[in-house]
Design a protein around this ligand. Structure first.
Ligand code: AMP
Ligand code: MG
Length: 332
């Protein structure tokens, strides 16, 4: 049996988990909550630095209660990127220290791919088109010839950031996405918003500006409703085109914005209409979590992949298609 300790801390959620082939042994987390405004990278990193000992200790204690000891840990996995530089550097430093003191290998994990793999595991979907929608990222991906290819993505900000920015403008606290969802559920009138899809790519920043303007002339609920309808229709359009081009009949949702019921509903309808299956992991696996890092670490470790310390430098702009996927298609 392989046991992996995984550390996540690319943005506001610091999380540590121990995972084996059989199950998630224990996960512990601590979330940075900005007093006002959005996530300040240096403050979030400071939060992670203060909480790391606590969170890792909790995860290890949880594993001990289940009969595991420090000696059972085979490797330490960590989010190498993408993410906020100060945050990933803080967590990477802790991961290196743990790997040295436990005398185990280190595994640098791509955060986006961890979202995909935990979703595949949780939902039992084999070869889906993935819509990954989080604070900073919005991508449509699919696996092909040893890599997760990016078929379409945002040209500016992620959909989560677009929602959070507008929520901040309304004076709502971070994270804004769920609050916009709540307001949108009471909207009835569609207000015109720019629908920006270019080929397979998307743009959301003009949408936020447009929503800010619209608030002077329309009800807040209607603006939130229109913002969601427009942004989610854009995402659904690109996700559907990816499925059509690749002849894939499974769709997997990943990332924190995936918790949105209206987005889920639109994707479900699109999949239903084309005879495809739609998969959504539990909310705790949609948002950033240590379990997904430990789990991808486990897949990588079992296919012989580790990261020497000198190659463990963090990659704030780490793209999923930079990673050679060695744990799928073992027969090849
Ligand atoms: P992540 O970066 O994957 O941790 O996701 C965080 C992002 O998800 C933030 O931008 C949140 O505002 C957004 N989010 C969380 N829940 C919802 C929701 N129900 N609807 C829309 N956005 C959400
Ligand atoms: Mg994420």
């Amino acid at each position: 049996m392989t046991l992996i300790l995984g550390l996540e801390g690319t943005a506001w959620n610091l999380s540590a988990a121990l995972v084996s082939e059989e199950r998630v042994i224990h996960e512990a987390e601590s979330t940075y909550k900005p007093l006002y405004g959005g996530i300040h990278p240096r403050e979030a990193a400071q939060h992670h630095a203060s909480e790391l000992k606590n969170v890792v200790t909790q995860a290890l204690r949880g594993a001990k209660k289940e009969g595991f000891s420090l000696d059972d840990i085979d490797a330490v996995a960590f989010s190498q990127g993408p993410g906020m530089g100060p945050c990933i550097r803080t967590v990477a430093t802790a991961a290196r220290a743990l790997s040295i003191s436990l005398k185990t290998p280190l595994i640098g994990v791509n955060h986006c791919i961890a979202h995909i793999e935990i979703g595949r595991w949780q939902c039992g979907t084999k070869d889906p088109v993935v819509l990954y929608v989080s604070g900073a990222n919005s991508q449509v991906l699919a696996y092909r010839s040893g890599r997760y290819r990016i078929l379409g993505e945002t040209l500016d900000i992620g959909i989560g950031n677009a929602l959070d920015k507008f929520a901040r403008y309304l004076g709502l606290s971070h994270p804004g996405g769920p609050k916009i969802e709540e307001l949108a559920s009471k909207g009835t009138e569609y207000v015109y918003m720019p629908y920006v899809v270019k080929g397979m790519d998307l743009s959301f920043s003009g949408l936020t500006t447009s929503a800010k303007d619209a608030i002077n002339h329309h009800k807040t609920e209607d603006v939130c409703y229109s913002l969601q309808e427009t942004a989610f229709a854009m995402l659904t359009e690109v996700a559907e085109r990816a499925m059509a081009h690749l002849w894939k009949d499974e769709m997997l949702l990943a990332g924190g914005v995936g918790a949105n019921r209206r987005l889920q509903q639109m994707l479900q309808t699109m999949c239903h209409d084309r005879g495809a299956k739609f998969f959504v992991p539990e909310n705790k696996y949609l948002k950033d979590n240590g379990t997904m890092i430990a789990y991808l670490g486990l897949l990588m470790f079992n296919s012989g992949e580790t990261t020497p310390i000198e190659k463990s430098v963090v990659k704030p702009n780490y793209r999923p298609d930079e990673v050679e996927v060695t744990w799928r298609d073992k027969s090849k």
